[in-house]
Write a protein that binds this ligand. Structure first.
Ligand code: PMP
Length: 415
């Protein structure tokens, strides 16, 4: 339970990215102790050094753990402090890959992403994303080398009431193919998507077969596939085990996504909120190309691979693995989904309940039949948030300070 000071206890609503940070906090006292101990020991060893000059065991170990968690599908990891930075790195690595591969394709500068997606707040990440409200006032300064196709969002995207997955997927594939043709297939650098859409759409998993179709189109035109798992990754959706991935961690390992990206990003649950940390991972094809080219990633930040952040994330990842927390996410997630549907499914203002694992969203509508949304001015989401009666949950012993803010850290109310 989150304690608001000086107010009463609050159940926080997962209306933004905030709560997915705390995605796997069970036995919290124990985890707190482990992470604190690990970070303090790291502080005694090396509290900072720039990874351009020296490697630290914290960053190296974390990279190894993450690469192992992909079953070797990814080859290298790059650590920064936020999901937005991870996405910036992904965009730049994509550019560098197309420049350095043989033959080089410098004209591949266009990114195709999806409407109602969010990939971060920095200018590059904001420009590829489709979060209309967050883009709005910055539109004139966003770069224009990206476009967006429809998301895989059957509740609203389906043409008839009983359209089946394959026909819906075929339409989305045709739309993506048409967008490649419009831009010129040899100009497309990458397709970018969240496997389960978070902030911009409210926990919408792709339907089965969708990402196969996406991969087909990308492969046909040699474009990279970037999966943004900043919000839905690190076990959050409780991916189902398969023969290939018996202990899955990443959303793409779930059979309903079922494709391997060329580049993937992680954030939030990677460090469980103990430290600001995010990651970009790239596959062997990309890494080999860089080794055969300039030999390094042409990108860097002061706090990349920060040893304290890496050590905290390493400990978090160890706990996730040792305690098999992803299995618990599957179990609790199934219960959460069932209860949400049972308790809220027939409510006249609830249009759709969807999600996976511990990542669920409820879409409120003013008319269940026509799916008419509420007027923005009614601020339904914000009002629920402020009522403090919200549904989805993170559990924390921590106290937050809800005194009047003098810092800058709040989105404008209208967003
Ligand atoms: N990608 C996705 C899918 C996200 O949900 C977010 C944050 N909500 C980001 C990128 C950006 O992450 P950050 O806020 O850590 O910069």
């Amino acid at each position: 339970m989150l304690q608001a000071v000086p107010l009463s206890p609050v159940l926080d609503m997962a209306m933004n990215g905030l709560c997915t940070v705390f995605c796997l906090r069970n036995s919290q006292v124990l985890i707190d102790c482990r992470v604190r101990q690990a970070v303090m020991e790291q502080m005694d060893r090396v509290s900072y050094c720039h990874s351009l000059f020296y490697a630290t065991s914290a960053a190296e170990e974390l990279a190894k753990v993450l690469i192992d968690s992909t079953g070797g599908e990814m080859a290298r990891a790059f650590f920064i402090s936020s999901g937005s930075e991870a996405m910036e790195a992904a965009l730049k690595l994509t550019r560098q890959y197309h420049l350095e591969k043989q033959p080089s394709e410098p004209q591949r500068i266009h990114f195709i992403a999806r409407q109602q997606s969010y990939h971060g707040t920095t200018l590059g990440a904001l420009a590829v994303g489709g979060h209309v409200a967050r883009r709005k006032i910055f539109e004139p300064i966003l770069s224009v080398n990206s476009s967006r196709v429809s998301p895989c969002y059957m509740y609203r995207g389906s043409e008839q009431m009983f359209e089946h997955f394959p026909s819906y997927v075929r339409r989305l594939e045709a739309e993506l193919e048409a967008e490649f043709q419009r831009v010129g297939p040899s100009n497309v650098a990458a397709f970018i998507a969240e496997p389960v859409v978070g902030a911009a759409l409210g926990c919408v998993p792709a339907v089965s077969g969708y990402f196969d179709a996406v991969r087909r189109v990308c492969d046909k035109y040699d474009a990279l596939l970037i999966l943004d798992e900043v919000m839905c990754g690190a076990g959050r959706i409780g991916p189902e085990p398969t023969k290939q991935f018996p202990k899955p961690l990443h959303a793409w390992q779930d059979p309903c996504i079922g494709v391997v990206p060329d580049i993937m990003t992680m954030g939030k649950g990677l460090g469980g909120g103990y430290m600001p940390i995010a990651a970009m991972l790239a596959n062997k094809k990309i890494i080999d190309t860089l080794y055969g080219g300039t030999g390094g990633f042409s990108h860097g930040q002061t706090y990349q691979g920060h040893p304290l952040a890496c050590q905290a994330a390493l400990e978090v990842q160890r706990v996730i693995r040792e305690d098999d927390l992803v299995a618990n996410v599957r179990k609790q997630g199934a219960l959460l989904g069932q209860l949400l549907k049972e308790k809220l499914g027939s409510h006249p203002a609830v249009g759709n309940i969807r999600g996976r694992g511990l990542f669920w969203g409820i879409e409120f509508v003013s008319n269940k039949i026509t799916k008419e949304p509420f007027e923005l001015s009614e601020a339904v989401a914000m009002n629920i948030h402020e009522l403090g009666t919200s549904a989805v949950t993170f559990c924390s012993r921590q106290m937050i300070d809800m005194q009047p803010l003098t810092s800058f850290f709040r989105y404008a109310r209208s967003l």
